[in-house]
Design a protein around this ligand. Structure first.
Ligand code: AMO
Length: 459
């Protein structure tokens, strides 16, 4: 590897020779002096070149060059560098060696590199297909160029930190990481959102969630598990919060008493994630997104669904859905209420009706119309669903039949409950939803590395 210095590290160096590499952000090509703003993955710096437009001559008419030997070679090199800079296209990747000078008068970072040699490593087409004011769809067509912007780049640094902090929590607390298969023989969530793929002579389905196999780990005696992996939903909608492929953050634990234990775990994970993000990127997030990251205080507010609907109704919004569930406006309303009254960005909506929850959610002892489940809302939108699971095989089969399902359809899933299984529960959380709401973005397309939707399979 060439010994390039990252731009963020230049400010700590003494004046002297350095090599930097990156892409050309802008060029200011003045007659006497040329400036390049060079950007790498860590920041931007100004490079400067005193332009040499022609070799000095003794006799203008005869064109006799005034220099010879080493001086001539040096002047020819400067001439070539000047021409190369004049020809530079924005976006080209270059390597520059020159003299670093700390100079507080330079607005960009208080330093400058005086160019001695410049190599165009990879040339860009001069005409850039997107501009800062391009629409989201156009930017997504050229996602690799869009991602060059510091703001977009920061999103993935934040995501890395967030996931790392949660992973650290899991590992420190003896969770086992699993990778469940994404090719399945049956649906794990609603059959309506199932991708069917040809599988040799038969059919397979893309996993909508690791649900069944994270529960299997409880039967396998793993105790506590987590998985961060892809999930697929054949959801034909074009909302700002749905993708056909998304990263699902899942965790599942044994020996719980109720969904309360799952919510506690959920809180601890989010506090770990937000604490790390605030510490490492708080200032950059404020600068580029104008968002102040708040580490949520524990416990997060908890409101049973029935009460939440009442609160929303009292605020003047009647949820129009016939199925008793919250709708997106209802979620916004209850979150606004929680923000106003309790000053919290998160709220657990608990005790969903069995009619709108999957068959595998445990129902209330004594009131089977309600489940031991919750949705977690963050800044007005659902980021997660969690629940205690039904682990008693007879009850589980009855609940599946109650939903009009044929237990046969569930394949080997039901076997997990026939040979001993501890009480357990867990949650699934959409990673992009968390990032979108954390950074106050309007769409998960902004925070997904490469978005997949009904009309997007490229790039
Ligand atoms: P659910 O279906 O609610 O629950 O999904 C869990 C979370 O995953 C995210 N999510 C999505 N994100 C982007 N695009 C989508 N199409 C999409 N669908 C879901 C959301 C959602 O809250 N097995 C259960 C979880 C569990 O109980 O452990 C499940 O999948 O953030």
């Amino acid at each position: 590897m060439t010994s390039r210095v990252l731009i963020k590290d230049l400010s700590a160096l003494a004046d002297g020779p350095v090599t930097v590499s990156g892409w050309v952000d802008t060029v200011r090509d003045q007659k006497k002096v040329q400036f390049i703003v060079l950007r790498d993955e860590s920041g931007a710096a100004q490079l400067v070149n005193p332009a040499l437009r022609a070799l000095p001559v003794t006799d203008a008419e005869a064109g006799t060059v005034a220099l010879e030997g080493e001086e001539l070679a040096a002047a020819e090199a400067r001439l070539a560098t000047t021409e190369a800079i004049s020809d530079l296209a924005n976006g080209s990747f270059i390597t520059v060696t020159g003299q670093l000078k700390q100079d507080e008068r330079v607005k960009l970072g208080g330093l400058e590199v005086k160019i001695e040699s410049l190599t165009v490593v990879s040339e860009a087409i001069a005409e850039t297909p997107i501009a800062t004011d391009s629409g989201l769809d156009k930017r997504m067509d050229w996602r690799f160029l869009d991602l060059r912007h510091p703001k977009q780049n920061l999103i993935f640094k934040i995501q890395t930190t967030f996931l790392h902090a949660m992973r650290e929590y899991w590992v420190d607390n003896d969770f086992i990481e699993i990778q469940t298969p994404k090719l399945m023989a049956s649906a794990s969530e609603s059959r309506a959102e199932l991708f069917e793929v040809e599988y040799f002579e038969g059919k397979a389905y893309l996993a909508q969630s690791p649900q069944f196999y994270k529960q299997m780990a409880q039967s396998a005696g793993f105790g506590k598990i987590f998985e961060v992996g892809p999930a697929f939903r054949a959801d034909h909608s074009f909302t700002s919060r749905h993708a056909t492929e998304f990263t699902s953050v899942d965790t599942e634990i044994s020996w719980i008493d109720s969904h309360e234990d799952v919510m506690n775990l959920h809180e601890e994970l989010l506090v770990a994630g937000f604490t790390a993000v605030k510490a490492k990127h708080g200032d950059a997030i404020k600068e580029l997104f104008d968002v102040e990251i708040t580490v949520p205080s524990r416990p997060f507010p908890r409101i049973p669904l029935a009460e939440a609907k009442q609160i929303v109704a009292e605020r003047g919004y009647e949820i129009p859905r016939a199925d008793d569930d919250m709708d997106p406006e209802g979620e916004r309303q209850i979150s606004a209420y929680v923000a106003e009254k309790l000053g919290h960005e998160f709220v657990f909506i608990t005790d969903y009706a069995s009619s709108i929850r999957p068959f595998y959610h445990m129902r209330h002892e004594g009131d089977p119309s309600l489940t031991n489940s919750y949705d977690l809302l963050f800044n007005g939108t659902e980021i997660s669903t969690g629940a205690q699971r039904e682990h008693r095989i007879d009850v589980l089969v009855a609940q599946a039949e109650d939903k009009g399902m044929d237990p046969e359809e569930l394949g080997t899933y039901l076997d997990f409950f026939r040979y001993g299984v501890p009480p357990h529960g867990g949650f699934g959380m959409g990673l992009a939803r968390v990032l979108m709401l954390m950074l106050h973005q309007a769409s998960i397309r902004e925070v997904t590395y490469l978005f997949r939707g009904p009309t997007r399979l490229e790039p």
